[in-house]
Design a binder for this molecule. Structure first.
Ligand code: CA
Length: 228
């Protein structure tokens, strides 16, 4: 049984990013781009989790949240708010929302909240692992296991997160700054050299010939690119 998520968000870019990312995690995702369409979907179809932007054209996120609760649904609700709407956040939690996230947020943070809410909601709501295969290299993002030719490849958490970021953005040139920002978000004061060192370690583990990498390519002057 698929886990269904409704996103009500009027910012087109964010709505698409959220939809794509959650879809990749294995969720069935519906998107409404204004409050009225969101209200319509939320009250007509069963969802396992709702992600509601607070400020929407038409009915706002709080109105949808209240209505869904009035109808007796106890599906987890995650509210998205802009930074300055602190008061509204509080009201949101009083009207039946389970959690909120302040914009701008990192996708990993949203996924963590979604998973936590679904875990609380009951077993079987979180989709099975996402598996990637590149030649004899296999990566399982849920169990965080990497194997090569069937043999486990031991990795530090940081190496795994770096690899996961590469894989999820394969084909794109990623700057050292982006990798630092996305993978080392809570670290001390890492430098771009940190990225290079970790890439070198990853290559030792996943490349057939680390001196002539086929998976993580160096794009001179720009950064790195994962090709699979
Ligand atoms: Ca909005």
């Amino acid at each position: 049984m698929e886990t269904r998520i409704l996103i009500v968000e009027d910012e087109a870019g964010l709505a698409t990013t959220l939809k794509d990312r959650l879809h990749k995690e294995g969720y069935a995702v519906s998107v409404a781009r204004d409050g009225n369409a969101g209200m319509d979907l939320a009250t007509r179809e069963p969802f396992d989790l709702l992600i509601l932007d607070l400020m929407l054209p038409g009915q706002n996120g709080l109105a949808i949240c209240e209505k869904v609760r009035q109808l007796g649904s106890n599906a987890p609700i995650l509210m998205l708010t802009a930074r300055r709407q602190t008061m509204d956040k509080v009201i949101g939690l009083q009207t039946g929302a389970d959690d909120y996230l302040t914009k701008p947020f990192k996708m990993v943070e949203l996924l963590a909240r979604v998973n936590a809410l679904l875990r609380r909601a009951g077993p079987g709501k979180i989709p099975a692992a996402t598996r990637y295969q590149f030649g004899d290299l296999q990566i399982d993002t849920r169990s965080t296991e990497v194997t090569r030719g069937g043999r486990p490849v031991p990795m530090s958490a940081k190496e795994f997160h770096l690899l996961q970021y590469f894989v999820e953005h394969r084909g794109a040139t990623l700057s050292r700054d982006e990798l630092l920002r996305e993978v080392w978000e809570y670290g001390g004061l890492p430098t771009t050299r940190t990225v290079d060192v970790h890439v070198a370690w990853l290559r030792q583990k996943i490349e057939k010939d680390p001196k002539s990498p086929q998976l993580i390519l160096t794009i001179v002057g720009l950064g790195y690119k994962f090709v699979g």
